[in-house]
Design a protein around this ligand. Structure first.
Ligand SMILES: [Zn+2]
Length: 200
């Protein structure tokens, strides 16, 4: 390993530690760590809270997990959505569609439609990724330790389909002090009121 490469890796690790991202080393990390990732250690069924498109809580439901083959996921998703949600990649900061989205609305899993976040817990973290201080329901996400880049982080997955969403950090604002640092590519935003307009 030459000195430039070594410095690059050290810088990469420092960046990951500071921001929880894979800036500049995304593809390297992908091929080294995430290629064979099958994040399904919970076969289900799972208990989730369902929400209508306008954010109303519909109750707790026990449902089978959403499962697809790699080929099916690839068919359903864009390349970026697949890399992020099924291979745990991280989109580049300030590149996604939702980091600067501040309208009222609901954020669903792009893979399975599970409700994940509400705009009322979104805040501008300045990181270039959509950031929330809590999920819409704790049942709807799974958190697990992630040591994939040599730094201990807490990965956040969709409880319903195991999609990788991002990571959670403890430097968020009150009242939770948490920062759910998500990928835009893992989320589908539903503007509040748009569901009602479509029906009428
Ligand atoms: Zn999902």
């Amino acid at each position: 390993m030459n000195e430039i490469t070594r410095r690059g890796l050290i810088f990469g690790a420092a960046t990951v530690a500071a921001c929880g991202v894979l800036v500049g080393v995304e593809r390297v990390c992908l091929s080294a760590f995430a290629d064979n990732q099958e994040p399904d250690d919970d076969p289900g069924p799972v208990k989730i809270v369902k929400f209508s498109d306008d954010g109303a809580r519909l109750g707790v439901f026990t449902v089978p997990k959403v499962r697809h083959t790699k080929a099916e996921w690839k068919n359903q998703l864009t390349e970026l959505q697949y890399d992020v949600t099924r291979r745990a990649a991280t989109e580049f900061p300030f590149s996604g569609a939702l980091y600067d989205q501040h309208a009222a609305g609901l954020y669903r899993c792009v893979d399975c439609g599970n409700a994940l976040f509400d705009s009322n817990s979104k805040f501008d973290s300045g990181t270039g990724w959509p950031s929330f201080w809590q999920p819409i329901a704790s049942e709807n996400v799974r958190e697990k330790k992630d040591f994939s880049v040599g730094v201990l982080r807490t990965e956040v997955n969709c409880a319903l389909c195991s999609a990788h969403l991002g990571h959670v950090f403890t430097d968020g604002p009150e009242p939770t002090g948490l920062r759910y640092c998500m990928n835009s590519a893992a989320l589908r935003f539903i503007l509040r009121g748009s569901a009602a307009q479509e029906k009428s």
